[in-house]
Ligand binder design. Sequence first.
Ligand code: 3H9
Length: 709
Amino acid sequence: MSNLVRITREQDVAVLTIDNPPVNALSTDVRQAIREAIEQADNDNSAAAIVLIGAGRAFVAGADLHEFQKITSSASQRIPELMRLVERIEDCRKPVVAAIHGYAFGGGMELAMSAHYRVASPSAQMGQPEVKLGIIPGAGGTQRLPRLAGVAKAVEMCSLGAPISAAEALQLGIVDKLMEGDGDGGLLAKAVAFAREAVGKPVRKTRERNEKLAPNAAVFAAARDSIRTKQRAPRAALAAIDAIEAAATLPYAESRQVEQKLFNECLFSDESKALIHAFLAERELAKIPGIPKDVPAIPINRVGVVGAGTMGAGIAMVFANAGLPVVIKDVDQAALDRGLATIQKNYANSVKRGRFTQQFVDERLRLIRPALSYDEFADVDIVIEAVFEGMTFKKEVFAVLDGVCKPGAILATNTSYLDIDEIASATKRAQAVLGTHFFSPANVMKLLEVVRAKATSKEVIATCMQLSKKLGKVGVLVGNCRGFVGNRMFALYRREAQFLVEEGADVQAVDKALYDFGMALGPLSVADLAGLDIGWRMRKEFRHLQKPGVRQPFAEDRLCEMGRYGQKTNAGWYKYDENRRAIPDPEVTAWMRQWAAEAGIPQRQISAEEMVERCIYSMINEGARILDEGIALRAGDIDMIYLNGYGFPSHRGGPIWYADTVGLKKVYDRICEFYERHGELWEPAPLLEELAKDGKGFADFSCERAVPV
Ligand code: 3H9
């Protein structure tokens, strides 16, 4: 018998403990071990009942996603068979009780639903989150959940993927009883007693319980309509609804086949591969070569924020939301008042939308203390500087911070493109200086680029990576270069969008092409939202670095010269009405044609396909350089930045994953064509060229090759 499932005895009750750390994922070996243990316990006449429980912090978090990833990227395509296992459990002649603590997700939920009874600790969570991975439950989840919770609830849970609490599961009839304690700490003994009480009663197979199964055409139709309008890649959600409809309308023997077929189709879809990649890539972020998990983190109990502008205010909220006291400083009372008003307005909106309670907000507001003097930073453990972008000013701020902050305090800058080494040179503690690049609005966006400079210590990096998790952010460690990873690639994406317009494309057509590709917003709408003046100011600052003779976009600079900064001035690429709704502006089209004629740029029809290729491939090419330079540690890290900070469609896995999906050879060939047509801005990145010529993908790029900066 394998160690993955232990069989022990509590007198007449056999206890099967699944023990596959960290979350008891159902790998092939675990499934095999459960199967053997169930056979043994069911055939053991001295055992009157069986309790199924998880070791460690969870019951079972689902099928093993590493295994799914291997299956879908290999030729064998052997899909794990979990359906027969759950049916075997259900067919046990003696009562089987699933004792749930932590999580019962996906295959874990399906396993639990195949038991004859379920008991759970009050803190347990349950759900069928498969849809978030582009798949549907594949081991009877769409068949058993409607039988336990009713069709409407099953449709909601399987098509949206949100978990439910143990209390809700009890109320829905999924769980039979709540019991204090988790794992071995109390739940087991109570579950054993519960199992003993069930001995002698007829076993109730979930798949035979039809009382809640009434088909409801209106529920299915409404759910499909809602999914189609809300989801950009609705395949899995619609498949989950189809499978539940099959459960409600066909005999079990047939409807289980429907689920299997739909599950297989979804598992091998590009969407699912991309979403599973995204899930696993996010978990890789914490693994940093050279910085083992046991590097001690610096305790962070007090925080300082310099600058009460939009970013500073948002950052202060992020820390307060995590329960950390924050001192926020600005130069004068008026600036501080404006910052605090922003914070109050944001919190009021969150209460209105039901995201926070008024009590939560009041508590958070009490954690934010305004200050006019740097002296207030004397005892903080970390300071985030969020002042106006300008090297001279930032260096002045850091020199002052270095003087007032206690030894060991971390000094972080929220700059989005300035050189962190140079900022650190203004202090005598370069080892404690790094970038923490939040994205706007900071209290909403998940991404945090943690930028390591040359001297940043391992402890400081480890601290900020751990802190990002505490703040509810996806922290990605990147190297120091202009724009770091996200903005460095995005600058090219936006550059190409401008070039396209300058070559004759319509503003709306460019936005539509990228929106249809899946981006949350088209590139020109994004520019209007962020403010065209930001890029304009940056281009002016770095103009001296531009190579003479190399084409530069001019359209946005001209719009800025006319005072059109985007939404903030009610005009940019579009005009905006009082509700900030974008209205196409024929004047912009006319100016573009005039400016292009003056610049001698030939006008032509440009297909949506080319628009997408130009914008996305320019980022991919730069991503290859970033990887080669070690600015990002892994291809997946770049994807994480794009999925969490730039509205890149998750069902495409991020720009680097997408490149592999298209095929690097194809991407490379197209980039070579653009190089020939548009010149040196399109010079293929050496890493891209090398991988494409070797018939490889970015997935073959090993992070050992990357030199951490
Ligand atoms: C499914 O079940 C399909 C079925 O219908 C069956 C069909 C046949 N596999 O997130 P964390 C690892 S699909 C493998 O940082 P947290 C994770 O990689 C699946 N590994 O912790 C990490 O490892 P490491 C449906 C998994 O406390 C460690 O656990 N299930 C899996 O923030 C800790 O993870 C889901 O979609 C897995 N399934 O959150 C649930 N899950 O330390 C997916 C986790 O080496 N999981 N790991 O980096 C989750 O939502 C969260 O991980 C969970 C814990 C809430 C469980």
